[in-house]
Design a protein around this ligand. Sequence first.
Ligand SMILES: [Zn+2]
Length: 636
Amino acid sequence: MSRCFLPRCAGLLAGLLLAACSAEPPVPAQARLVVLGFDGMDPVLTERWMDEGLLPEFSRLRDEGYYQRLATSNPPQSPVAWASFATGTGAGEHGIYDFLRRDPKTYQPDFSIARYTPPDDLINFAGWRVPMGEGVLENQRRGEPFWMAAEKQGRRATVQRVPVTYPPDPIQHMLSGMGVPDLRGTQGTYTLFSTRRMAAAENGGRVERVEMDDAGHIETHLEGPAHPLKTDTPALSVALRIVAEKDRATVTLGEETRVLKLGEWSDWWRVEFDYGLGSLPGMLRMRLLDGFPRPLLYVSPVQADPVESVLPISASPAYASELAERIGRYHTLGMPEETWSLNQGHLDEQGYLDMVKTTLAEGEAMLYDALSSNDSELVVKVFVQPDRVSHMFWRGMDPQHPLHAESSTLARGAVPWIYRESDRVLGEVRKRMRPEDRLIVLSDHGFSSFRRAAHVNRWLVDHGYLSLKAGKRESEPLFADIDWSRSRAYALGLNGLFLNLAGREAQGIVTTEQAQPLLDELVTGLTGWRDGEEAAVIQHVYRGLDLYQGPMAKDAPDLVLGYAPGYRASWQTTLGAVPRDLLEDNRQPWSGDHCIDPDAVPGVLFTSFVPDQPVENIASMAHMVLKHMPKGPTSP
Ligand SMILES: [Zn+2]
């Protein structure tokens, strides 16, 4: 019985072909270049803590090798910056401008990294949907990443969990990072089973209200992926039984029963979603957040099991499972750190940090596996944990953050902790390197506080650039209440602003002649936006035409908003909503950010050797890597 998720077979088949091409036995490696990324590692904190002696491994690398601040991409968002890192190009060439991509025909956002196009010839019959060909799953990043160029030059590469690598590039070993969905096809949907009335999750999760009998028994089900072959039928699910006690619960999911202790993560729990003609295997973890009489059970997003992945998460396809055999199961979801559940109060701080510890340990295990395998001249690994901890716990370090005063001891210590952990990892990596190996350590951007949220679409409405439908004072997300026939500009995503351009947007009204004067007006207006008497909300507004050149420049935002430190686009802005206020205090745990003016959030760069000249920016890294690459077994 096939377990293959039919719409995704294309990637699997491509992977099998790749596997056949890369079956040569490893040759003992010569010198290696190890490239280590720490997402979001901030130079101000790093320099301060190196000077205070808190990061001895980073200090040693700086003293024995080289250190500089590294200019980031514009906008300074991880997918944009890591795509520039990989390809050595700007967004005008690689085409990744934001986490979200907007469709000018619908004004709606879509996830920017990977796109699946179903096959043209689908047979729809009596509710069944039978694809007669292969669909296409493609990474939206254009250009050639340096690991592909390195392999062309005879070096062998192992690349692990670098953002924007889904589906994987056809190299010796790649494990995909940010971009890998969960089994539902989302970027991570958790489920919180609750007997109490709770607000629905705004993003990234579901609250499932359940009934409990007097003995503490709950009978429910866990919702999984959509039926792969049938339309108009409920999502696949697995029976879930919870028997709650005060400090534990006996949980049965499918066929398996385990006892969960209060406040502890379970190990991986394998699950099969049966659809009649086969089943989709996945895996998840659980955490009992509260026991009887008001049990709360948190279930992580259901992700591909690396042992038998239904998604194309590695090159070769066998690499994911071979790795799991050596190091155990690991998170496969592109962004597994459960930021949204913590942000929405559906996961506790300790639970969040415990899961960050788990993903960090998994990342270390896979990197040390690569370093001990001796089969690559190029090893690239990104640790995203500094970014994920900084986003959620900046409030603990910034006395001016609206949540600082009420921050827990745990929140106050979290960012220093993840920097110390990064330092420890660096030390472990250096222990595993040979004298002839070279090391590059970098971050994609730095960090800043997110104290105030800017509702840019409200600003556009108030200044007459964006129009609400008659009788409306606000708009729901996705521009639900916008009158496009009277709108000239709109904001979507974390930094982008677009004109409602005739001939490009579906209901565009701005002519080509009107576009430039309108952009001038918007630049002046937005840079003049003040919070109270003095503070500028936006310190620089960039024009897309000035920033981006290349074949993908046509998709660029017309303006890119460089927020002043302390400010960021509100979540409502990112999704095209118009709330009542212009600005508001950010009172959510997601309290640090970097999607602001790139000048304010450079990253860091350390090397074990001294480069000929300072590195200009993150897009210069690909060139630098190729230049300092040792020779491979087959290179001339
Ligand atoms: Zn980030």
